[in-house]
Write a protein that binds this ligand. Structure first.
Ligand SMILES: Nc1ncnc2c1ncn2[C@@H]1O[C@H](COP(=O)(O)OP(=O)(O)O)[C@@H](O)[C@H]1O
Ligand SMILES: [Mg+2]
Length: 294
């Protein structure tokens, strides 16, 4: 069997803020080259913690207590700092939740898009600028020359997120992690951004971990899905199989609740209390009860 691009196994983490409360419980998932995996769950499920562990940006108050994160066979958690830094931003890139805070407000887009190309790909200023222009065209920015000269505050939220996408793909990463990349945007723009990420992913053959709380988004753009609750994998498998034949009561309840299950006011069928009781009981079990579609 071919080595997966990414293989997380037995990852556990605790919160030092909440007296050692578990945040991740024995999480395993793997990703083939070019695969798009949805990481789905409600707020607090541990989605961002997995993303941050992968990117090496966990806060000091979160401690990994067990597990491995193998990227092309090598454990990111234990490899030398030097090797880790060479991979981050280059082979693994992030599309952040909020482009506003990810961009430096005091620097023009050109500087921010060309830094990586110059420092990490050794391009000269002219070549880096050319590449930045073609990246902006690729994310459907109509007047790339003007945008290169702009400061972030002169651009809309949707434009800024397109720039973050261009930036994430600029060094031809093997894996892009997108952590709820549309939550800061208007609903109409959200759809365009989702389509753009999927389009870029397909054009470049990049694997993507797509963090979301929305099963509707998973249905649209993810090949596979891992559903989390309380830091534990509840169900995982190919998206079509999980959505058409959900095995866990929680998965079934989320599907019945519709895309906005996180908003009780908008929901169709709220997740029944009995399902939460079952989840709580499972979190307390020492062995894994994960439903895996293989
Ligand atoms: N900076 C932090 N320090 C300690 N614990 C944290 C921190 N951020 C989040 N946590 C804990 O991790 C849990 C999972 O958070 P997170 O991974 O952000 O969930 P999600 O992205 O699924 O909403 C939270 O419920 C919280 O208890
Ligand atoms: Mg999060």
């Amino acid at each position: 069997m071919m080595t997966p691009l990414l293989s997380i196994s037995g990852l556990s983490a605790i919160s030092l803020r909440e007296r050692g409360a578990p945040i991740l419980r024995d999480v395993s998932l793997s990703l083939a080259r070019g695969e798009v995996r949805g990481l789905v769950g409600e707020s607090g499920a541990g989605k961002s913690t997995i993303a941050k562990a992968l990117l090496g940006i966990l806060p000091g108050t979160v401690k990994v207590t067990a597990g491995e994160i193998r990227f092309e066979g090598r454990d990111l958690l234990t490899m030398p700092q030097k090797d880790f830094r060479a991979i981050m931003g280059s082979d693994i890139a992030l599309i952040p939740q909020d482009p506003q805070t990810a961009l430096n407000p005091g620097r023009r887009i050109e500087a921010q898009l060309t830094d990586g190309l110059r420092l990490r790909r050794g391009m000269d200023a002219k070549n880096a600028r050319e590449r930045a222009l073609s990246l902006l065209a690729e994310v459907h920015i109509r007047d790339p020359e003007r945008v290169l000269k702009a400061y972030p505050h002169e651009l809309s939220g949707g434009m800024r997120q397109r720039i973050m996408i261009a930036s994430a793909f600029s060094l031809e990463p093997k894996l892009v992690v997108a952590d709820e990349p549309t939550t800061a945007l208007d609903v109409t723009v959200q759809k365009q951004i989702l389509r753009l990420i999927r389009g870029m992913q397909e054009a470049h053959g990049t694997a993507v971990i797509f963090v979301t709380h929305d099963l509707g988004v998973v249905a649209k753009i993810c090949d596979t899905v891992t559903l989390l609750y309380g830091g534990k994998v509840i169900e995982a498998g190919p998206t079509a199989a999980v959505l058409s034949h959900p095995r866990h009561a929680y998965t079934r309840a989320l599907i019945a609740a519709g895309p906005r299950y996180d908003r009780p006011d908008a929901g169709l069928e709220p997740v029944p209390q009995a399902v939460f009781d079952q989840l709580q009981a499972e979190l307390a079990m020492p062995f894994s009860s994960e439903m895996n579609h293989g």
